[in-house]
Design a protein around this ligand. Structure first.
Ligand code: FES
Length: 288
């Protein structure tokens, strides 16, 4: 049902995602840093989820203060409600910017459509919060209460749809969380060393797990091939010094330990110990 509601505006969601991509590309290196900050790469997971907690918590607290005042006649709560709802609105602005940055790298189709609908509805909800704050500052506390009530209802619907896109589509969660793949304490031969060229990301299989191998002389790095952001094939990515980038949305991982250098990925890429033994490439792990 949610997908059906979101689909008619698919062209809008695609245009917004394209415009955001172009915006960040024009900004160049500073844009990459801004994107990393707003994605939450530095935090280890989505920044959007953190600021949304403040939005919902602040709006709930403001609503409680209003209910205490309107229903139970508690006096002297007006100023507190302004400050708390003002904080919730400010966090809502941060949620819009962080959410748009995540949205840029959604998969087109249902995931992008539902994420777009989530964002649009919450934009209306946050606008209602702003109107409620302004009414309070003009002394219209009773009208502000009803506006907040409407805004809270809108945000609740938007949050439900946000949960739908995360829990149904795995949006902005670690793509490798449920696919740990083969684990082995002993080194296992996976490829003749002669078939692994230097300085070339090469796909190989370790049990049923696809790996990307990068050879530098006698040193071999091995990472899970499927990008932690959304499953892009790192074996089709590019090397840059000690880093490898994902071809889908440009996340950059350190070869030696899978650490995230640039997002949108927020989770370390799974890595393995690898070596050349005799005429074979051998792999053991993964590292935990
Ligand atoms: S799949 Fe998105 S950066 Fe790799």
């Amino acid at each position: 049902m949610i997908e059906g509601l979101a689909r008619p505006l698919a062209a809008v969601w695609n245009a917004v995602a394209s415009a955001l991509g172009a915006f960040y590309r024009v900004l160049g290196a500073p844009g990459k840093l801004l994107q990393d900050f707003l994605n939450g790469t530095w935090l280890g997971h989505s920044l959007h989820a953190v600021v949304v907690d403040v939005v919902i918590g602040g709006a709930t607290a403001a609503l409680l203060l209003d209910v205490l005042r309107v229903v139970f006649g508690v006096e002297g709560l007006e100023d507190a409600a302004i400050w708390v709802l003002g904080l919730a609105w400010l966090a809502g602005v941060a949620a819009i910017f962080s959410g748009l940055t995540d949205f840029k790298d959604t998969a087109s189709g249902n995931e992008r459509n539902v994420a777009g609908l989530h964002g649009l509805i919450n934009l209306f909800g946050n606008t209602a919060f702003a109107i409620s704050v302004m009414q309070r500052m003009n002394g219209n506390h009773d009208l502000a209460f009803w506006v907040l009530l409407v805004g809270y209802g809108i945000i609740s619907v938007g949050s439900y749809i946000g949960g739908h896109v995360v829990f149904k589509y795995g949006y902005m969660v670690n793509h490798n969380a449920f696919s740990r793949g083969k684990r082995a304490k002993e080194f296992t031969a996976i490829l003749p060393a002669a078939e692994l060229p230097d300085e070339t990301p090469t796909k190989a299989t370790y049990g049923a797990t696809a790996l990307v191998l990068v050879r530098r002389g006698d040193v071999v790095h091995a990472l899970k091939d499927s990008c932690s952001h959304a499953g892009g094939p790192l074996s089709q990515g590019e090397l840059d010094g000690d880093m490898i980038s994902c071809p889908w949305h440009g996340s950059v991982f350190r070869l030696s330990d899978g650490a995230v250098k640039h997002g949108p990925a927020g989770t370390r890429q799974v890595t393995y110990r690898a070596r050349i033994s005799g005429d074979q490439v051998e792999v053991q792990g993964p590292h935990d």
